[in-house]
Design a protein around this ligand. Structure first.
Ligand SMILES: [Zn+2]
Length: 327
């Protein structure tokens, strides 16, 4: 009897814990074209994300937020579309407790649905963490943390793609990524890759709690850069240089980039050999064809012993020409 009551109690408590995240958000379809399955999946992913993120953001969320699922980027209302980065599967409207998921872009992106939903929820939680100074969190800090804490980058951004920029001093200045990200697809991908790499490096250096505490310290008088200088006891320029050195010499990204392009490089080196082999083959085929044309129709022995009246295959045009000339 006691065992049954205990089990019932466990199930009841388990149910409460499992359902708890769902009371913090609502999931709605922007248009009737959004499938009910997409809503269910988004809702489950959001509940999982909140459970995963509760250690990083204790006590949050403190405000309910809304998740709106759109069919695709083209169906976004114009005011929201203006803030959307091309190719990105979602966006969070900070200060308005709104997340917008673009279902078509989400399922066809390189990032899994769970990671997309978790990425956007990280934006919402950072905004609530720094409230009421959320708008002072630099964009690159938002995107770096959202990618780090969701376990995947956006647009397939990778350190391998930016490591050559370190070598030729072509990284995008972080100061230019404070308010917004570039619109050009190649620069947008670089911005995501840089943000992820630098924040992941700071995370390893400071630890997760200190990094998030540095973000939480932002207020009217404290910028993220300043808070970071206090946390690391290093000036911003020195930190960026140290990260660049890590990227170039200790991240393994240059080797990964070379290995990835190894096949292409091998193909480039193999091209002259392939061309030579093809030329030799063409020459061989040309010689064989010439030999065939020269021998087959005029080989008298090949037609020896045939019945009278069998004259063999049609003679080549030159032969007729010669016969006419003889006549
Ligand atoms: Zn984002």
């Amino acid at each position: 009897m006691f065992l049954r009551i205990f089990l019932l109690l466990c199930c009841w408590l388990g149910g409460i814990v499992a359902q708890a995240p769902a009371r913090w958000f609502t999931v709605t379809a922007a248009t009737p074209t959004v499938d009910a399955t997409a809503l269910d999946y988004t809702s489950d992913a959001a509940a999982r994300a909140l459970r995963t993120l509760q250690d990083e953001f204790p006590g949050l969320p403190r405000h309910r937020f809304q998740i709106v699922v759109h069919a695709d980027a083209d169906s976004l209302p114009p005011p929201i579309r203006a803030g959307h980065h091309p190719g990105s599967p979602g966006l969070a409207l900070l200060g308005r407790h709104q997340i917008h998921i673009l279902w078509h872009e989400t399922v066809s992106s390189l990032t899994a649905v769970d990671h997309v939903v978790q990425h956007e929820i990280v934006h919402e939680l950072i905004d609530q963490l720094v409230e009421p100074h959320g708008e002072r969190v630099p964009r690159w800090v938002h995107e770096g943390l959202a990618q780090l804490l969701s376990g995947e980058t956006y647009l397939g951004a990778r350190e391998e793609d930016i490591v050559w920029r370190v070598a030729v001093d072509r990284l995008l200045p972080f100061s230019g990524l404070d308010d917004d990200f570039p619109r050009r697809p190649d620069e947008l991908r670089v911005a995501y890759a840089q943000s992820y790499s630098y924040i992941a490096w700071l995370d390893r250096r400071l630890g997760r709690q200190r990094l998030l505490a540095t973000v939480a310290a932002i207020d009217d008088d404290m910028t993220f850069d300043r808070a970071l200088v206090f946390a690391t006891k290093k000036p911003t320029a020195e930190l960026v240089t140290a990260w660049s050195d890590y990227l170039l010499h200790a991240s393994g990204a240059p080797l990964r980039a070379v290995m990835e392009n190894c096949f292409s490089l091998l193909m480039i080196f193999a091209l002259p050999l392939l061309a030579l082999a093809m030329m030799r083959r063409m020459q061989r085929e040309q010689r064989a064809r010439a030999r065939l044309e020269r021998t087959t129709p005029f080989d008298d022995d090949a037609w020896a012993g045939m019945d009278d009246g069998f004259y063999g295959p049609p003679a080549p045009p030159e032969w007729h020409h010669d016969q006419e000339r003889l006549r």
